[in-house]
Write a protein that binds this ligand. Structure first.
Ligand code: CO
Ligand code: ZN
Length: 369
């Protein structure tokens, strides 16, 4: 087991996870990678009906459950039409912005597991009106060119309506500890969960590491996993917006790269996503300070995580989020800092080891009369 934690090790796990093809509803490739990672260290391991992977590490107390959740799915595309000349039309899976598709290369996975490359072509500047050059095309205007010349050729490749595509992008190092790639949302949260789950030592609570499906299309996997587990406390591990780049004024920055994992206070428009349980926020801050782990406190103006639905499970669950600051989320060039990733792993481990049954019990329903 060992509690070794090197940047190289984290990078290679993140690379494997990030480069896997796994849009919402088609997480199979990522699921296999997750099972490979947790198999050796989990006391129990199961896959539920929707495809969530649930790994359990038994605690010393024999009662009380901490649920960790990180989503396996990424944003992507469905093939919605194949035309006579072999071009594919597409529809979005999750929040994939049109402007992130301009001139991209994608990988298409057929239902029988074949993988092809395609490009999202557009008219060259030579043949379009100047005003059109400045516009972002609508989803229905995009098409994927797989190199075929007819519908028949595409069908012979095994590509059908309903097959899926994601950005074609390697995870690559920038300088220092920064890395760039696709699907860092949320393969980085997944890497944090898998690495911390591996090195958590003698927790008091049972620790449930849940690799969820279909987060990007409505937090669906987490909802049923929480129902089946009935956790006493929960943490989602996901990316948050690092907005420390040109074009965003400093007073609008949500988090910064390299300044540590973020402890979430709230997210969603007008705080409609999650308002983290105040005692969970306090405990995360306390654990970070006691363990000497740098952290930021985050209030995010839009978007949310699996913690929002877990918090509403049954009679309610005290829930929080450890976020990994990430630039350019929902693009093929997301950027994170491996220092933040390592510190997020340390914080998750420390939280799991320091939370007690007595503490979670103190957060439960209290009868007044
Ligand atoms: Co996302
Ligand atoms: Zn996410």
């Amino acid at each position: 087991m060992g509690s070794s934690l090197s940047k190289e090790e984290v990078f290679s796990l993140l690379k494997k996870l990030s480069e896997g093809i796994g849009p919402s509803g088609n997480e199979g490739i990522i699921r296999e990678l997750v099972i490979d990672e947790v198999r050796k260290v989990a006391d129990e391991l199961r896959i539920d009906t929707l495809g969530n992977v649930i790994a359990v590490k038994k605690g010393s107390r024999g009662s009380g459950k901490l649920m960790l959740a990180a989503h396996m799915d990424e944003i992507g595309l469905f093939v919605s039409h194949i035309d006579d000349r072999g071009f594919l039309r597409i529809l979005p899976i999750g929040g994939i912005p049109e402007r992130s598709l301009v001139y991209q290369r994608v990988v298409i996975k057929t239902r029988d597991g074949r993988v092809y490359r395609g490009v999202l072509g557009l008219k060259p500047p030579h043949v379009i009106k100047p005003e059109e050059l400045r516009q972002i095309p609508e989803m229905k205007e995009f098409f994927v060119d797989v190199g075929a010349s007819s519908r028949e050729e595409v069908l012979n490749m095994g590509i059908r309506v309903g097959d899926i595509a994601v950005f074609d992008r390697e995870l690559s190092p920038l300088i220092g500890d920064r890395v760039t790639g696709k699907a860092i949302d949320d393969r980085v949260g997944l890497a944090v969960m898998l690495k911390s789950f591996e090195i958590i030592e003698s927790p008091e609570l049972d620790v449930y590491a849940v690799a969820t499906v279909q987060e990007e299309v409505g937090l669906k996997g987490a909802e049923v996993a929480a129902y089946s587990i009935t956790p006493d406390v929960a943490l989602a591990l996901d990316v948050t917006v690092a907005s420390d780049f040109p074009g965003v004024s400093e007073h609008e920055w949500c988090t910064q790269l390299g300044k540590g994992p973020a402890i979430k206070v709230a997210d969603g428009r007008s705080a409609s996503g999650l308002i983290a349980h105040p005692e969970v926020v306090k405990m995360l801050i306390k654990v970070a300070e006691e363990s000497g782990i740098p952290y930021q406190v985050e209030v995010l103006a839009g978007g949310t995580t699996d913690a929002s639905v877990i918090a509403l499970n049954k009679e309610g669950v005290p829930a929080g989020v450890i976020s990994i600051p990430s630039r350019y989320i929902h693009s093929p060039v997301e950027v994170v800092d491996l220092k933040d990733v390592l510190n997020a792993i340390k914080l998750t481990k420390a939280f799991a080891e320091k939370t007690t049954y007595e503490w979670v019990s103190s957060l439960k329903e209290r009868r007044i009369k």
